[in-house]
Design a protein around this ligand. Structure first.
Ligand SMILES: *Cc1c(COP(=O)(O)O)cnc(C)c1O
Length: 462
């Protein structure tokens, strides 16, 4: 057994990492200079680093470790499956037991009318599948010109060419020649930053109607689908006004546009229901899933598609698939994860107990002088930092300057809380207990106090 506990000194690990490991979304030289943090172990909601510091993981890794760290059952499920059948593919008229069991379970959990799964290794790959799938669907329907996919600015749909093109992250589009053709991005429903003098309700309607304007601009015979996260995650936990999704749904229905709900973060209990579509009242034709599906213990994603799409696509050969589509070990781990979630009533506990508890504490953070608005749905929340709560003004510094400082103070206080610009976001493991929520809020408050003191002394708070 090689369990890496007796590791080399942190400085040596850092030097090797700097020399040989290129990190995602990181300025490598900056990281090498400051020294990377090495996470060595985790249990429940708590991470331990190579120096023995304990840190409360307010982000569930990258929004994914919903069941918490250190679940033996998942390790056992992986080991058992590796011994029995470590790999086999599902391409050429073959299948295996774990992927059958997982598909049946997902069909049972998903909203009515969504009963068929196409697997991928990640959320990005699943969204790449979705691009090809919806275009193939419309072709099979005799409408190959329906190819444009409408998405939103500041959306996150992954990092592959397709995923990043669907996403609306400008810094991502600036690298690698993106977006790919036949994508169109409408405005996001971020009232705090972009709502001006409108009420949130008016603004939500206005942003939803950009979808209708876009459809009318190109003509509905050109539009394949609209894709959106029920609640934008990586964009800063942007909870849309209540008017937004019903209007989007109405427009998709009216013009016969497929609606893809990217549930990669919202799925599997994050919003207090099994899927964010239920929380937001959306009836999607396709749901993208990944992250919480396996609680991050194994890489697996997929697209759950409607009976209508399955019927049309199943009559054709869909020339698409990944070596690891429905990987047996990942399927077994996902299945075990879902079994535990059901058996321990994780989603119900979030909905009825821990999310309401967190919501009340999270919203009370608006008493802090730095915090403008606090938004939260289930176990995903954000606070907007501002020097002026009334005008919702940004700081007199490059966007993200203050958020970054706050994140550093969080780390020093023993809390992982991410910043997206000057919004601070949380997405803790769904199994977080009330006393751990208290700890999260206490540490967040300390970090906010330190940030406040720092930016006052630096003249950024006016
Ligand atoms: C993380 C994420 C993705 C991409 O998933 P990966 O597994 O990182 O490829 C896609 N959509 C949303 C909403 C995400 O949060």
């Amino acid at each position: 057994m090689s369990v890496i506990t007796n590791h080399m000194p942190t400085e040596e690990l850092q030097a090797l990492d700097a020399a040989h490991h290129m990190h995602p979304f990181t300025t490598q030289d900056e990281l090498a200079e400051r020294g990377v943090r090495v996470i060595t172990r985790a249990k429940g909601v708590t991470l331990t680093d190579s120096e023995g510091h304990e840190i409360l993981d307010g982000m569930a890794g990258l929004w994914c470790v919903n069941i918490g760290y250190g679940r033996e059952e998942l390790a056992e499920a992986a080991a058992r499956q590796m011994r029995e059948l470590p790999y086999y593919n599902t391409f050429f008229m073959t299948t295996h037991v774990p992927v059958i069991a997982l598909s049946a379970k997902l069909a049972q959990l998903a909203p009515e009318g969504l009963n068929t799964v196409f697997y991928a290794g990640s959320g990005s790959e699943a969204n790449d599948t979705n691009i090809r799938l919806v275009r193939h669907y419309w072709s099979a329907m005799g409408k190959p010109e329906k190819s444009i996919i409408i998405s939103r600015q500041n959306a996150y749909h992954g990092s592959t060419l397709g995923g990043a093109s669907l996403g609306g992250m400008v810094p991502m589009h600036q690298q690698g020649g993106l977006p790919l053709p036949d994508k169109h991005h409408i405005g996001q429903p971020d009232w705090w930053s972009e709502g001006g003098d409108m009420s949130p309700e008016e603004f939500g309607l206005m942003r939803a109607r950009e979808l209708e304007e876009t459809i009318l601009h190109y003509g509905e015979d050109r539009i394949a689908a609209f894709i959106g996260e029920p609640v934008q995650g990586a964009g800063g936990v942007i909870v849309p006004p209540e008017t937004y999704w019903p209007e989007i749904q109405r427009i998709c229905d009216k013009y016969g546009i497929l609606l893809i709900a990217d549930e990669v973060i919202c799925g599997f209990g994050r919003t207090g229901n099994w899927f964010g579509s239920e929380t937001m009242g959306i009836r999607p034709d396709i749901m993208t899933i990944a992250k919480g599906l396996s609680s991050g213990y194994a890489p697996i994603g997929g697209s759950i598609v409607s009976d209508e799409i399955a019927k049309v696509v199943n009559a054709t050969e869909f020339n698409h698939g990944y070596t690891y589509s429905g990987h047996p070990v990942c399927s077994a781990v996902a299945l075990e994860n879902l079994r535990i979630m059901e058996e321990e009533r994780v989603v119900e506990t979030v909905r009825d107990v821990t999310a309401p508890y967190l919501k009340q504490k999270w919203e009370a953070l608006t008493d802090h002088p730095l915090v403008g608005e606090a938004k939260i749905v289930g176990m995903m929340g954000s606070i907007a930092l501002t020097p002026n709560k009334e005008s919702r003004a940004p700081f007199a510094a490059e966007k993200g300057t203050v958020g970054y400082k706050c994140r550093e103070h969080c780390f020093d206080t023993g809390l992982v809380m991410r910043h997206v610009g000057d919004r601070m976001v949380i997405s803790p493991p769904l199994v977080i207990k009330p006393e751990e929520i208290d700890m999260l809020i206490d540490r967040a408050t300390i970090a906010l106090d330190k940030t406040y003191d720092q930016i006052k002394s630096e003249g950024l708070y006016k």
